[in-house]
Ligand binder design. Structure first.
Ligand SMILES: Nc1ncnc2c1ncn2[C@@H]1O[C@H](COP(=O)(O)OP(=O)(O)O)[C@@H](O)[C@H]1O
Ligand SMILES: [Mg+2]
Length: 217
């Protein structure tokens, strides 16, 4: 089986038409292989989220191709094989933190008891056990971000794409979350791509990709 989990070949994404036309991504060619640890860095508006959404199959390129040779067809990626940590709030409001973390496992067809058990273990591993029974509205933005990272781990995916997962955290908390995340996937083949502004976060990853005005270098 191929080690290439996801690849973009000359992928571009244009939003809008005529007067409101924005070229968010130009001709990006890249590949993510098993076990990769990649930081995607670049200023705000440079196209990081656009590229991550394409690589996750959440959006489609307007030119070029994105494919997942080692994972399968786009429709089969989520929730089990590929997880996404959204830049903006993404917890489901009526569910507790623990229930939010169980959801991907339940969608993937796991036994409910196992899903609950594993969700609890992940919360503990990420130092979030005390949030288990809270609703999203009862926790801070930073805590919600950490819970979203916990949710991305519960299916033991082959690829995690995280869009500025430490963006709302202070430096100490960001460092701690990243260490726990890296420890959790250490020794596994899970590939991780993190879009980040934080030079410290970027420095902990083996590979750096840089985005500038829609161009990936
Ligand atoms: N849905 C959208 N509609 C119109 N423009 C968009 C949309 N999403 C992103 N853009 C534009 O595409 C460019 C890249 O955005 P984005 O990928 O979010 O950058 P980053 O994540 O690096 O901050 C920006 O100019 C942004 O305004
Ligand atoms: Mg972004």
């Amino acid at each position: 089986m191929t080690d290439v989990l996801a690849e973009a070949i000359g992928a571009g994404r244009v939003f809008g038409t005529n007067g409101s036309r924005v070229v968010a991504l130009k001709h990006a060619t890249c590949r993510i292989e098993r076990g990769d640890r990649i930081a995607l860095v670049g200023p705000s508006g440079s196209g990081k989220s656009t590229l991550l959404h394409l690589l996750a199959g959440l959006d489609e390129p307007t030119s070029g191709t994105v494919r997942w040779p080692g994972l399968g067809e786009r429709e089969t990626l989520r929730p089990a094989k590929l997880s996404f940590v959204f830049q903006t709030e993404s917890l489901l409001a009526p569910l507790t933190v623990l229930e939010n973390i169980e959801v991907p496992r339940l969608l993937a067809g796991s036994n409910p008891n196992e899903a609950r058990n594993d969700a609890s273990l992940i919360l503990r591993a990420l130092d979030l056990a005390e949030l288990a029974d809270k609703l999203p509205e009862e926790i801070s933005g930073g805590q919600a971000q950490r819970a979203a990272v916990a949710r991305s781990l519960v299916t033991q995916p082959e690829l995690i794409l995280a869009d500025e997962p430490t963006g709302q955290l202070d430096h100490h908390t960001a460092k701690h979350l990243l260490s726990l995340l890296l420890r959790r996937i250490k020794g596994t083949d899970t590939a991780l791509v993190i879009a980040t502004h934080d030079p410290f976060v970027a420095s902990r990853m083996e590979t750096q990709w840089t985005m500038d005005h829609g161009v990936l270098r």
